[in-house]
Design a protein around this ligand. Structure first.
Ligand SMILES: NC(=O)c1ccc[n+]([C@@H]2O[C@H](COP(=O)([O-])OP(=O)(O)OC[C@H]3O[C@@H](n4cnc5c(N)ncnc54)[C@H](O)[C@@H]3O)[C@@H](O)[C@H]2O)c1
Length: 343
């Protein structure tokens, strides 16, 4: 009989709240993964996991996981714990996958990158959307000039809850959109401004508007909110030739390409002439793979460990997103004053 666990990467998952169980499900099922230990401070959460996966070993003591033979650690704990827990894992020579955002400051992210390089360990951040087939499609479409020159991008990520206590809505939801924008445009923004308000919990902004400027002239706005009646996860990319809407809530038709645009006339004497310059063409919905982005991400983490390759969402990618968040936070405190990001 072939031992399926032979040559598998020994994995430990920390944090069994909302997101951790999804990581556990994947590391429990994907080939080449040997889920050895699960940790949470809360015994009731561990009991829940043991109920789902009888036989899985659990501990309330992170130190036990660090001292175990686990080779790779996936952290799905609150953002305030990321730096310390990832640092300890690297110091114990573990490969680490940290949920987004990587850390609470760029100084912390830089320290993790340095440590991972020194220890020659994989440091990866859970920018799940970079593994989303629809985002991948969008990136390719833009790269091959499928919508012409990108003019501007508008992103909306809103719903009712889940309210966080240790971070505001920008640090909670905007990492997704920032990582998507950096990934699909293949560049980093040079300016950021943000405005927001705290309606429910004092000093924890639950609604925010973030604006980014990219070196190629692309402007992007991101609206994030925990206080909205509708769940919306939508990104509109307007190009010189076509326009695309990526709607992640749509079960099947996640991407719609609109052959719409406006060809600016050299001159127009009448309103009628001007109207003729608008183009209303077909709407195309490409077939997109239905593969689970988190599964692709978890497989990628293990592949990078096996082959010693830098992950797509490595520590540097995590740092870029944290830098944008940091400047957005400063702008927020400064009533939306535009800030230059020094890369
Ligand atoms: N990639 C995504 O799409 C996505 C989605 C949701 C959340 N997240 C991220 O996942 C992380 C966790 O978010 P969540 O919503 O699951 O939070 P949560 O509060 O629901 O769960 C966190 C869990 O970590 C446990 N924990 C805290 N400190 C610990 C410690 N020292 N040792 C062991 N366990 C500890 C808590 O008991 C809790 O069960 C955050 O970084 C969040 O941003 C990512």
């Amino acid at each position: 009989m072939i031992d399926k666990k032979l040559n598998s990467v020994r994995v430990g998952v920390v944090g069994c709240g909302y997101w951790g169980p999804k990581l556990i499900r994947n590391f429990q099922s994907i080939p080449g993964s040997d889920l050895q230990l699960v940790s949470d401070l809360r015994e009731d959460r561990l009991e829940h996991i043991r109920g789902l996966y009888p036989g899985v070993k659990t501990t309330t003591d992170y130190a036990e996981l660090l001292d175990s033979s686990v080779e790779a650690v996936a952290l799905a704990t609150p953002v305030s714990t990321h730096f310390q827990m990832a640092r300890e894992a690297l110091l114990h020579n573990k490969h680490v996958m940290v949920e987004k955002p990587l850390t609470r400051s760029s100084a912390e992210a830089e320290e993790l990158i340095r440590l991972a390089e020194e220890r020659q360990r994989i440091l990866m951040v859970g920018h799940t959307f970079e593994y989303n087939p629809a985002v991948e499609y969008l990136k390719d479409l833009i790269a091959k000039g499928g919508i012409g020159r990108v003019y501007y991008i508008s992103a909306t990520r809103v719903n009712l809850g889940i309210f966080q206590k240790d971070i505001n809505v920008i640090w909670d939801l905007a990492p997704h959109d920032i990582s998507i924008l950096l990934y699909i445009l293949g560049m980093k923004p040079t300016q950021v401004s943000a405005r927001g308000a705290a309606y429910v919990q004092p000093n924890v902004e639950d609604v925010a508007y973030v604006n980014l400027h990219f070196p190629n002239g692309v402007m992007a706005d991101i609206r994030v909110s925990w206080l909205d009646p509708c769940k919306i996860r939508r990104i509109t990319v307007v190009g010189s030739q076509k326009m695309v809407v990526y709607d992640d809530v749509e079960p099947n038709e996640k991407i719609k390409i609109y052959d719409k645009g406006v060809d600016s006339p050299p001159y127009s004497d009448t309103m009628e002439e001007f109207r003729l310059s608008y183009r209303y063409g077909d709407i195309t919905t490409p077939a997109i793979s239905g593969a689970e982005p988190l599964e692709i991400e978890c497989r990628h983490f293990l592949d990078c460990i096996r082959h010693g390759r830098a992950p797509r969402s490595d520590g540097h990618d995590g740092l870029s997103v944290v830098k944008v968040l940091e400047e957005a936070q400063l702008s927020l405190r400064d009533s939306g004053m535009s800030r230059t990001i020094n890369w």
